[in-house]
Design a protein around this ligand. Sequence first.
Ligand SMILES: Nc1ncnc2c1ncn2[C@@H]1O[C@H](COP(=O)(O)OP(=O)(O)O)[C@@H](O)[C@H]1O
Ligand SMILES: [Mg+2]
Length: 261
Amino acid sequence: MRKTKVICFANNKGGSGKSTTCSNVGYGLTQLGNKVLLIDGDMQLNLSLSLFDEDQVLAFAQGDRNLYEGIKKQDDLTGYIVHSPYEGLDLIPSSTLMSSIEYELFTKWQREFILRKCLSKIRESGEYDYILIDAPPTLGGWVMNILCASDEVIIPVESTPWGLFGLGNMFEFLEEVKQITPDLRLGGIVITKVDTRKNYFKQTLESLKQLDNVKVFDTYIRVDSGIEWSQDNNVPIMAYKKSSRSAAEYMELAKEIADEK
Ligand SMILES: Nc1ncnc2c1ncn2[C@@H]1O[C@H](COP(=O)(O)OP(=O)(O)O)[C@@H](O)[C@H]1O
Ligand SMILES: [Mg+2]
């Protein structure tokens, strides 16, 4: 029986590396001997596409066993889990219908806690060491659900001026969420898509380190075309090209996250 830790990857800025980080940290954690469940919370289906090809992902999305259907019916999500081609790595796939999830939630009793309730059996079963949830680039009732279902939130931030600017909104939202789920912890910020040739990265690091009570992970993820190729092939970077720089970086990040458990 394992103690399951639920971590979500959230930031309302799109393109900050949430889905890439969720999938590759998930795979990295399995390489450290953990059993991991990934949950695709975004209608863009990117997390699902990181493990399965387009035909398969669309079949999940159009079927009746995806996250949207489970939340709509307020079902125990155990029956929605699919095994990925990788040992110890499972997925609850998403659907493009997630675009109307806010509407579905609107009239529900205790609507912020529906995902938490739907996950409770999986959590209590002790089947997984980690459940990692990929959030969409929004800050509404659905992301509130994702945060209320999590023990910890990790914020991937792109090393750009607008990437940093967007963080303010995220922190304000987290303060609101903490009023209804006080135990939610900020696991930390991970800087993504770094181009070390640019001085802007050093400035990003300096500004982030000045934030009070906010951990910045030592590992940052550099820009690497291997990431795009691995995603084009629907394979996590470590399985696609273990010798690549980003494979090593995501492995380091997975270790940092595992050390905190
Ligand atoms: N380290 C990286 N190097 C190169 N491209 C990356 C890297 N990380 C992410 N990307 C690319 O950046 C885009 C946005 O990343 P993604 O993980 O989808 O962000 P989000 O989920 O926050 O919207 C994707 O096209 C992805 O392929
Ligand atoms: Mg995404």
